[in-house]
Write a protein that binds this ligand. Sequence first.
Ligand code: URA
Length: 241
Amino acid sequence: MQLQQILFSQGFGTRRVCAGLVEQGFVTVQGQACTDPYADFDAREGLRFTVQGRDWAYHEKAYLVLHKPPGYECSQKPGAWPSVYTLLPGPLRQRPQRQGQPGVQAIGRLDQDTTGLLLLSDDGVFIHRMGSPKRHVPKVYEVTARHPVDEKMLRRLLEGVVLEDDPKPVRAAACEKTSENGLRLTLTEGKYHQVKRMVAAVGNRVEQLHRSRIGGLELPPGLRPGEWRWLESEELALLAP
Ligand code: URA
């Protein structure tokens, strides 16, 4: 693939801007300076290059994990709070849309005050697969509740509670008490404010909410709030429903 096309595909600007960056000597590939925008490279996953000193690795499709901090909205057009997309570097926000594919987007949403594991991708099939209610991908939430958690609450969450917008009860796939006011809840659907509404339906209230796992993927322990990274192929495999 031509170098200018590689840069363009990774979100470094229009083809013309990318050609200019190369011609002006701002680009190295695998540690070697290259000033020919049409130079051909094998665009394999992980091909390393720098643009104006920024180190980057080529990825045909983006699969990302973000540790969502509190105070961010999972929306491209946020209201009162900044968007989680502002936590991503410019190239990831500006990646051009491949044919029929979206730009990088969050898979499902977490509330502004919820923290934890958020996946993002620009692979439409993957986004659909992970978000589809039919796939029943389990999501694990750590809840800090206002009132102590008791056996009756756990039983009712497992048996199913009725939320106001649907007469069909929703139930937790798993539910355990983790401390006096702590609850670990596994859900396989993703209804609006589902954890908060389920906990309210059993007479308690969510004070803090953190998503710790999706499918077989835990929030990476070294990833601090606000940080993101590419997913490894083994991690992607853990998400396969
Ligand atoms: N359920 C909620 O109530 N909020 C979230 O952010 C995620 C699940």
